[in-house]
Write a protein that binds this ligand. Structure first.
Ligand code: PLP
Length: 381
């Protein structure tokens, strides 16, 4: 039996979510735009899902624009908001997911002036650097993620929002990793745009949402039949949206228990890792998602360790950019020493992991450490 420890990549579909979706994969197949009973049944299901997703973040249902996932939500936020603004300065944290960084770079090619905001050694956004950037020429759009997918570090979004609003700019927050792991409240966060993805919180792959402040003029990326109040064209994937709604309702109901459970698993793993001489726990000093631990063992290559663990039945992620073996842009932005960054591995727990999974992972790490000389675990990442 394999032990899955990569929930920041994707989560399994919760059985109750699958059960909620099932009718819409079968007899309830109607197009939500149709006016007959099949269409109305689909429309009602989507409306219910919209209410559930809105409730996750304390938004009004009409603020929710359904998309195909986090990547589309981020792209819609940046391109869609930028289209309604005169080109100006765009500030993006240096540790954003590529779903934000790539649209930001594309906007830079279209006349926007892009600046990457630095983070400290613990992946925390440098608020002084934000202040300095906002004091310069007119900033119109800012994007800072709530929780980082690699390190799990949680940014002080309310403090960011105060500054961005005072400067008269719009703030987008990628909350893809935070949803289902932290409480989310749009009012407390203070952002104008917020991205979510279903498959990070036990919902299906292929569904997400952008939550939009009504004062933002959002240009659609996908033009078509006027769905989503003209903000995202295309026939709605009813089953996926029903699953997304069910997953968010489950997250609301289970959140306190999940936070306590995941936090206990993280503490157990970190206590065990600290017993390994020279082990580095990345961003250990910063507030982090309860489920995420990034660590490096001295002399070990992250990619090789990942493969060795995979052979032993443990699914973890690395901190390297795939294929290149180079440290990820996140670890680079944090200034992590390259020899440490090369060895980084990420464990991201899920609600179904148990203490035994932690103990067997620690035992596997111990066996690898004693069985393999350092020279045997080098290679690409
Ligand atoms: N933003 C963050 C922080 C992510 O971790 C991910 C996925 O890993 C995405 C965006 C993209 O989401 P999706 O896989 O739903 O396109």
């Amino acid at each position: 039996m394999a032990v899955y420890l990569d929930h920041n990549a994707s989560t399994p579909l919760d059985p109750t979510v699958l059960a909620a979706m099932r009718p819409y994969l079968g007899t309830r197949f109607g197009n939500a735009s149709s006016l007959h009973r099949f269409g109305r049944s689909a429309r009602n299901a989507i409306d219910a899902a919209r209410g559930q997703v809105a409730a996750l973040v304390g938004a009004a249902p009409q603020q929710v624009v359904f998309t195909s996932g986090g990547t589309e939500s981020d792209g819609l936020a940046l391109f869609g908001a930028a289209a309604g603004l005169a080109p100006g300065r765009l500030l993006v944290s240096a540790v954003e997911h590529s779903a934000v960084l790539e649209p930001a770079r594309a906007l830079a090619r279209r006349g926007w002036e892009l600046a990457l905001l630095p983070v400290d050694r613990d992946c925390r956004l440098d608020l002084d650097a934000l202040d300095a950037a906002l004091a310069g020429s007119t900033v119109r759009l800012v994007s800072v993620m709530l929780a980082n997918n690699e390190t799990g570090v949680v940014q002080e979004i309310a403090a960011v929002a105060d500054r961005v609003r005072a400067a008269g700019a719009l703030l987008h927050v990628d909350a893809v990793q935070a949803a289902g792991k932290l409480p989310l409240d749009l009012g407390a966060l203070g952002c104008h745009l917020l991205s979510l993805s279903a498959h990070k919180l036990y919902g299906p792959q292929g569904a997400g949402a952008l939550v939009v402040d009504p004062m933002v003029a959002l240009e659609p990326l996908v033009l078509g039949g006027g769905q989503e109040q003209g903000r995202r064209g295309g026939t709605e994937p009813v089953a996926a949206l029903v699953g997304f709604g069910a997953a968010t309702a489950l997250a609301v109901a289970e959140l306190p228990g999940r936070i306590a459970h995941l936090g206990a698993l993280r503490a157990r793993l970190e206590a065990g890792l600290r017993a390994h001489p020279g082990c580095t726990i990345v961003a250990a000093g910063a507030p982090r998602l309860p489920n995420t631990v990034q660590f490096a063992l001295p002399g070990y290559d992250g990619g090789a360790l990942q493969m060795a663990l995979d052979r032993l039945g443990f699914a973890v992620a690395t901190g390297s950019a795939c294929h290149s073996g180079r440290p990820s842009h996140v670890l680079e932005a944090m200034g992590l020493a390259p020899e440490v960054a090369r060895g980084v591995v990420r464990v991201s727990f899920g609600k179904d992991n148990r203490d035994q999974d932690v103990d067997s992972l620690l035992a596997a790490l111990g066996s690898l450490r004693s069985a393999l000389p350092v020279s045997a675990v080098s290679g690409g990442g």
